[in-house]
Write a protein that binds this ligand. Structure first.
Ligand code: M6R
Length: 616
């Protein structure tokens, strides 16, 4: 949440900052702001604006500075409503220091009280303004350097932060630090310029060489020098990595929206996820990332999957797969609940954290807790080098490519692939699956990209269904077995981007309550593919039809029964029950997309949301 960018070098910072903010806008879009230092006057030129980066750009038009150093911020509001005043950057009382911040300072109100008692006045309601006042206060009181004041302040604040500070008195220096919120530093040619950002997307068009700052590290960037120290004042050697992302991967590539592009990328992203791992000829699955822990997985008494949102739904599917094939008990936990309820972790338990961004604060904190309690932490992340990936003992990347639309789509299907590969690999070692069944599932996995491609061809037909139901105020999504988590995911997708209230339920639970909602106005989406619970779900559909509900059913190609019973059908190719979620979720992603678009919603940046939830 919140995107931050910084630049120091020989180019004009303004356009680098604005373009960087556009790339990071998925992280928050309540307000945006930038500040640069102009030379030779060494004065700040700052602009802040409520709304999107485009609004900021409009406000700046014709007034941009030529400064070669600056910082910028796009905000997802935590403390204080979204307005121009609460927008970042924030300034110290002398107006000599400017700061941008991603995260939350939990003890800001006690610090604020103390500063007010010393005469400080605040313009905004933000914790960030308190933070930068606090830093200047320490600097003035101790007569120390800015770098030392930042370090001392960081030892006193509680919470999460990624910060970048600009000082008028040192116009050739940027100071950055992080704890709990991500920060990447891009190293330009010959170290003549440096870029800072919440993720690598604003950086890759300038350089592929990056340093990921670790928690409680402070970086000072000057001239052609990068210096990193720990919060305990120990000098560290920057670990420079080379990034492997292409610029096209973070652009829309001819699609109207990132979400649509990402939905349509799934045949490729699923293939990429399996590449080199599913080896049909050799009849095996290779997952180098968890090789050291494979014995621990095989012998695990219990697997705990922790995640949030869509990633939690992929965990639910994995619960069925691990239990069916590997015969290991699985618990799927909301990271936000797990971390606060003193969970029981036994020796031999494996915790698998699932996260697209690898930065979700609750998931990170849950992993830290599990680690403290002695669990082995495995991670399934999409973003290479992310905090969760780095905290994991071992893990598997999903390789779905950058996912920029706030609604998660291709990350979900890639997570399912990784979790399935893990479960099947373990099942084979444990001999809880026959060789024949293993090979059959392996073959079926390789056919998934083509089956997904076939479903994507239905986009226009799904658009027509969307047209009919776009004005509905409520939706129910029902599924059983492997398709139950898909129902939850379909409902989440619809509510988050179209703002229509939607509930997902196990179809059999309907009669214990939700059936009361059904009338002629209520669209009910059944995920009713031909699996082991098909006959049961047919009965559930009859129960809805008997109450005049409108039924849209996702069915298996060639189903002769359901098309006669329901109002609309969407046919998907058949596959094994366990793999069906990767196919049956696709029409639900498309349905949400089309409905949201028809309702005039911003599908890539839905209201109140952010892509990467780095606050708890
Ligand atoms: O990056 P993560 O997978 O950890 O994110 C978890 C959720 O915040 C995320 O899935 C969210 O629910 C999406 N907006 C769903 O589309």
């Amino acid at each position: 949440m919140c995107g931050i960018v910084g630049y120091i070098g020989k180019r004009e910072a303004h356009s680098i900052l604005i373009n960087g903010l556009k790339r990071l806008e998925y992280r928050g879009y309540d307000s945006a702001g930038i500040v640069t230092i102009d030379t030779p006057s060494n004065s700040f030129t700052a602009f802040k604006k409520k709304g999107k980066v485009a609004d900021l750009e409009k406000a700046i038009s014709g007034k941009s500075s030529k400064g070669k150093i600056g910082i910028g911020h796009t905000r997802w509001a935590t403390h204080g409503e979204p307005n121009d005043v609460n927008a970042h950057p924030h300034f110290s009382p002398s107006k000599k220091l400017a700061m941008i911040h991603n995260g939350i300072i939990e003890n800001y109100s006690s610090i604020k009280k103390e500063l007010i008692s010393k005469g400080h006045k605040f313009d905004s309601e933000t914790d960030t303004e308190v933070f930068i006042h606090f830093i200047e206060h320490i600097q003035q009181n101790n007569g120390c350097t800015l770098e030392e004041a930042v370090r001392l302040a960081l030892t006193k604040v509680v919470g999460a932060y990624a910060i970048v500070i600009l000082s008028k008195d040192q116009p050739d220096q940027l100071i950055a630090a992080r704890k709990g919120s991500p920060l990447v530093i891009g190293i330009g040619k010959n170290k003549e310029e440096f870029f800072i950002a919440s993720d690598a997307t604003p950086i890759i068009e300038y350089t592929r060489e990056v340093v990921y700052l670790n928690d409680e590290e402070i970086a000072v960037l000057r001239g052609n020098d990068i210096q990193i120290k720990s919060i305990k004042d120990i000098e560290l050697t920057p670990y420079i990595q080379s990034l492997d992302i292409e610029l096209e991967a973070i652009e829309k590539g001819g699609y109207d929206h990132y979400m649509l592009k990402e939905i349509f990328e799934q045949p490729r992203s699923i293939k990429d996820c399996m590449r080199g791992r599913v080896r049909l000829k050799e009849k095996k699955i290779v997952l180098g990332g968890i090789q050291k822990n494979i014995d621990n997985l095989i012998n695990a008494k219990r697997i705990i999957l922790i995640a949030c949102g869509t990633s939690w739904h992929s965990g639910l599917v994995a619960e069925y797969i691990f239990e069916e094939f590997a015969r290991i008990p699985v618990e799927v936990e909301y990271a936000s609940e797990f971390r606060y309820r003193n969970p029981i972790i036994n020796k031999g338990d494996i915790v698998i954290a699932i996260s697209q961004s690898g930065e979700t604060a609750d998931t990170l904190a849950a992993m830290e807790l599990a680690k403290r309690k002695g669990a082995i932490n495995l991670g399934i992340c999409n973003v290479v080098g992310s905090s969760i990936a780095r905290l994991s003992d071992e893990g598997v990347y999903t390789h779905a490519g950058p996912e920029i639309g706030v609604a998660s789509t291709k990350a979900f299907t890639a997570q399912l692939i990784v979790l399935t590969m893990m479960a099947l690999k373990v099942a084979r070692y444990k001999k809880t699956i026959t060789e024949g069944h293993f090979e059959e599932l392996l073959k079926e996995l390789t056919l998934i990209p083509e089956k997904v491609r076939k479903v994507l061809e239905l986009s226009t037909a799904i658009q027509k269904i969307a047209e009919i139901y776009k004005d509905a105020t409520n939706f129910l999504y029902l599924g059983r077995g492997y398709n139950f988590p898909v129902a939850l995911e379909g409902a989440l997708k619809l509510k988050e981007i179209s703002y229509i209230h939607a509930e997902g339920y196990p179809a059999a639970e309907m009669k214990h309550g939700p059936i009361a909602l059904i009338d002629e106005e209520m669209p009910v989406v059944f995920i009713a593919t031909r699996d082991s619970s098909y006959d049961k779900i047919v009965s559930n559909i009859q129960e809805v039809k008997a109450r005049k509900g409108k039924v849209i059913a996702i069915v298996t190609e060639g189903d002769a029964l359901l098309p006669k019973m329901v109002d609309y059908v969407i046919e998907v190719p058949n596959t094994s029950d366990a793999l069906m979620p990767m196919v049956s979720v696709i029409p639900l992603q498309l349905l949400s997309y089309h409905i949201a678009l028809m309702r005039g919603c911003n599908v890539d940046q839905p209201r109140n949301l952010a892509k990467s939830v780095t606050v708890e």
